[in-house]
Structure formats: C-alpha cells, structure tokens
Design a protein around this ligand. Structure first.
Ligand SMILES: Cc1cc2nc3c(=O)[nH]c(=O)nc-3n(C[C@H](O)[C@H](O)[C@H](O)COP(=O)(O)OP(=O)(O)OC[C@H]3O[C@@H](n4cnc5c(N)ncnc54)[C@H](O)[C@@H]3O)c2cc1C
Length: 497
C-alpha cells in the first residue's frame, strides 16, 4: 500500500538526491545490452553469467580496483584481508567460482585464544559468571555467558526453519527489535542490558529480529556441513562464536573455514581478468535515467552508457547518491533512502610478546567499553610473536567512525585495561568500513518494521533497473549472498529476453 509514511519516504528520497558534479562536455554514448553498476562480487558474477548467455555487458566500477568489500591489503606482515575472508563448506557458489578460476584454498589459521570479559571496570571469568556478584540476571539467564547474551537469545527464539522463512508474512508480527523480543519473553532488565553489548546487527533497538534470524538460519545450514568458527558442533559455535579452536580437519578436501591463497581479493581479480575490457574502472555512476524500454547511465566523468537493462549492485548507502529518474516506485525509493547499514571497524596488530602471560588475564576479551572485542590470535606455538585484532561492531563501530585519531585512542584504551600490553603491539592496518567513501558501511540492515514496509518487495525490477548485491539476498549470507543475488537478476533479465 502506498500510504502517507511511504509517500513521505519517497519525497525525502528525492530531496536526498546527490550533490554530484558531472564533468562538462558530452561524450558519445556507448551501447550495451546490460550496464552493471559496481564491480564487487555480485556485479562481476552477473557480468560473467550474462556474458555466457550472449549479452553484451559493461561493468562500471567507481574505484581503481574491483572487489568492493572483498579487499586484501599489502601490509608489513604480508597479505591481509580486511573485508571478506572466510569461506565455509556450504559456500557452493564461491567454491565453484574458485575452482573454475583456478584459485587455491587453505584452511583458515585465525585461531583465537580464550576469552574473558571486562565489565563495569572488572575482569570477569566466563566460567564462574553464574556466581559472580556482578551478575544481576535471574534464573537460567545466569548461566549464559555475559558476552553472548544477544546471540543466545537470538538463537533461542528463532522461528525460521527454511532459509526464506524470514520473509514469510506469517512472521510479520516478529518484525521487532531484540529489546522488544526480550521484554515479550520476560527477560530481566540485567539480561537486556547485557544483550545490548552483544546484540547482532546494529544494536538492541535498531535491527529487526527477522533480519537477524535470516543470518542465524543460514548459519545453521552451514553448520550442517560441519562448518563452525568455534570448534565442532552446535555447542562449540555457541560457546566460541568467533573462532576459538577452529576445526582444521578436511572433509572432501575442505577445512571448516577456508581462505584464498594470496588473499580473498584474488577472486574478484580473477573474475575481472576473465571478463576483460568490459570492466571499466574509475567510473563512478551519478545518474540513471530510465523508461520502460531502456536506460541511460551517466558517470561523473561525463561518459554515458545506454542499455536495455541496468543492474545496480551498489549498497544503498551509495545508490542513494545516484540520481534516478523513471516511473514512480515508492517502495524502492523508501528502501534506497532508509535502509540502515551496520559498520565494522578493525585494528590489526602484531603482538611482539604475549603480554597475557605477564598479566595472567585471558588473551582475548570482550568489553562493555568503547573498543568492543580484542582477539588474541594463536601463533600455534604458544610463544613468541602473535597477531591480534580489535573488532568493533554495532554501536561501538558507529561511535568509533565519528572519532578522529581512532587508532591511538583504541591503543590507549587497551593499555588502560592491560598495562602489560604497553609497547608490545605494532599497528599493521586499520579499516573502518563506514569511512570507506565507496561503501559507507559494512553490510545492510533492516530496522524493526522495515521487513514489513519494503523488505519483501524492494528487490523487484524497477522498470529496466534490476537490483543485485548482498543487501538483496533472499536466503544466503556473506559472499554467497552477493553471488545468490546475481543469479536472481540474471534470471530476471533472461526471462525478459
Ligand atoms: C569487514 C567485513 C568482513 C566480511 N567477512 C566476510 C567473510 O569472512 N565471509 C563472507 O562470506 N563474507 C564476508 N563479508 C561480506 C562480503 O564481503 C559481502 O557480502 C560481499 O563482498 C558484498 O558484495 P557486493 O557485490 O554485494 O557489494 P560490494 O562488494 O560492496 O560491491 C559494490 C561495488 O560498487 C562500487 N561502487 C560504489 N558506488 C559506486 C558508484 N556510484 N558507481 C560505480 N560503482 C560504485 C564499490 O566500489 C564496490 O566495488 C564481510 C564484509 C565485511 C565488510
């Protein structure tokens, strides 16, 4: 229904139109069957499949290299994936692409050392948490690890059995926040407070449970392949969701979690190499003008491309900066303008000496303070040099993105909690995805109420404009969702001829 709320959303979308400046001077338009905007996995995979079906395609990528959120940096410690890196056994499409393109996989070696919790200024041992006086939760809640409350509640009440259940209108009344769910289910205020530190998505009030259950249901499917980021089986995943005791054993040649040799960006690089000169770099799209018969796509450098169909694979944080003209489509405009994006910021460190041996505290820890999680990463010998990562997600990642000089601030926070770490850590890299000008976030979210408002429909074609990208997933997650979305748009276009 096109109600007043949607009308206002659509109107505000128009006023949000970009302040983009186009280069002067008209260039002759290049013609293609399909213009694909964005050279991340979903855009490149769409181009490869359409090319195989005989369509003439052009891929317009704003950046100087392809890959988007698959990004491998060259650092003093060698290649480092600061975006996607983990490939599970259930990643059928990504594994297939790696095989076809001749990429080699290795078992992930990011094994985390044991966790503690720094809460209300004190160190908490998760093993004795049930009896800790800081634990104000009640009944069965008392046994839930304090840093896993949000995940535990999300997993416990997941009503989805099939991968697409999250979109089923029969669950429309579950398009609510984690806080609303916990209040409904009678959790104590202390449990709700703890859940706010580990709420999946953006935060305890900001993300729809249906969005989180989509991810949770897909993870359960992956675990059926024996894929866990924390030891074997459901219990391992629950207790160690971030990757303590990774299972490196191969089943059919694949470990539980795999990485690409040379870095994950080898995958989009190999795809682009296969596509050849149809991939155009440094082409930032600023305008899409469409009718029922075709579209004209204009880049900020003034170049124009005409096509029968357009695929946008841009995250909506970026598409909302593109001027789109065409028939009215309030649901798509609402989604483009208002879909929230989560952030992830990570500080990658090398640890000269394992300072946790000096202070006797757990190597890895979560905190209710501003730095989120510190992951001590095992070097597999127990001595000498280790790696570490500070991982900020949710509200903490949003807050850090607002701060200048984030790196010295993070280091000083760690030193305040762990004086033994002083001078023993070297910065290898820092990546804040909200500050990436071609991303402005790490992944899509849906606020409570948005699955009902537009989540089921916004992926439908808008005249000749089709939507790909992880944010248009229906059933998959991570890189697989980008690949899934490209299969859907290619079928949509193929059906139209
Ligand atoms: C920190 C982090 C860790 C992750 N870890 C994992 C993991 O371990 N495993 C996993 O499976 N997944 C992981 N993911 C998710 C995975 O990276 C994404 O789901 C996937 O790469 C998204 O691909 P995409 O094609 O949808 O979008 P993107 O990769 O974002 O592609 C969009 C492209 O559009 C370009 N663009 C933007 N604006 C314009 C414009 N105006 N004109 C032209 N081009 C433009 C961008 O430069 C970008 O290349 C992770 C993501 C992040 C951020």
């Amino acid at each position: 229904m096109f109600d007043r709320r949607h009308f206002l959303a659509a109107a505000s979308a128009t006023t949000l139109l970009p302040s983009v400046g186009f280069a002067k001077g008209a260039l002759a338009a290049e013609k293609a069957d399909v213009v694909i905007i964005g050279g991340g996995l979903s855009g490149l995979n769409s181009a490869m499949m359409l090319g195989e079906l005989g369509y003439k395609v052009v891929v317009l990528e704003a950046g100087p290299i392809v890959g988007g959120r698959v990004k491998t940096l060259d650092t003093i410690e060698g290649k480092l994936d600061v975006g996607a890196s983990q490939i599970g056994r259930g990643y059928a499409r990504v594994l297939d692409a790696c095989m076809k393109l001749g990429l080699q996989l290795i078992p992930e070696d990011r094994d985390l050392l044991p966790f503690g919790f720094h809460y209300k200024g004190q160190w908490v041992d998760p093993k004795s948490w049930a009896d800790n006086p800081l634990n104000q939760t009640v009944g069965d809640e008392r046994r839930i690890s304090p840093m896993l409350m949000g995940q535990a509640v999300t997993a416990k009440w997941n009503p989805c059995k099939e991968l697409s259940d999250w979109l089923d209108p029969k669950l429309a009344d579950q398009d609510i926040s984690l806080r609303q769910l916990m209040v409904q289910k009678g959790y104590s205020p202390a449990a709700i407070e703890l859940a706010s530190y580990s709420a999946p998505g953006i935060g305890i009030d900001e993300t729809s449970m249906l969005r989180m259950w989509q991810e949770e249901t897909r993870s359960i499917a992956d675990r059926r392949f024996g894929t866990t980021a924390g030891g074997t089986g459901e219990a391992g995943k629950r207790e160690h969701p971030f990757g303590e005791a990774n299972d490196h054993n191969a089943i059919n040649g694949l470990a539980s979690i795999n990485n690409i040799v040379g870095g994950c960006q080898q995958l989009p690089f190999a795809m682009a190499a296969k596509l050849g000169d149809v991939v155009r770099l440094n082409k930032r799209v600023g305008r899409i003008a469409m009718s029922d018969k075709g579209a004209s796509v204009t880049c900020l450098d003034g170049s124009t491309y005409q096509a029968r169909f357009v695929i946008s694979s841009l995250p909506f944080t970026m598409l909302r900066d593109v001027e789109i003209t065409g028939a009215a489509n309030p649901k798509a405009r609402d989604a483009i303008a208002h879909m929230p994006y989560a952030n992830t910021a990570r500080l990658y460190l090398s640890v000269e000496k394992p300072f946790w041996k000096a202070d006797g505290l757990p190597a890895s820890f979560s905190t209710d303070g501003p730095i989120g999680m510190f992951w001590g990463i095992d070097n597999h010998t127990g001595e000498g040099k280790h790696r570490a990562m500070v991982v900020m997600v949710g509200k903490m990642a949003q807050a850090i993105a607002q701060r200048e000089n984030a790196v010295p601030f993070i280091l000083s926070e760690i030193e305040a909690m762990r004086p033994a770490s002083k001078g023993l850590m070297k910065v290898v890299a820092y990546k804040d995805w909200a500050r990436d000008p071609l991303q402005k976030g790490c992944g899509f979210s849906l606020a409570p109420g948005q699955v009902n408002a537009f989540g089921r429909d916004f992926v439908k074609p808008w005249q000749v404009l089709h939507f790909a990208g992880e944010h248009t997933r229906r059933s998959d997650f991570g890189m697989e969702s980008a690949m899934e979305s490209s299969e859907r748009v290619v079928l949509e276009i193929a059906e139209r001829g």
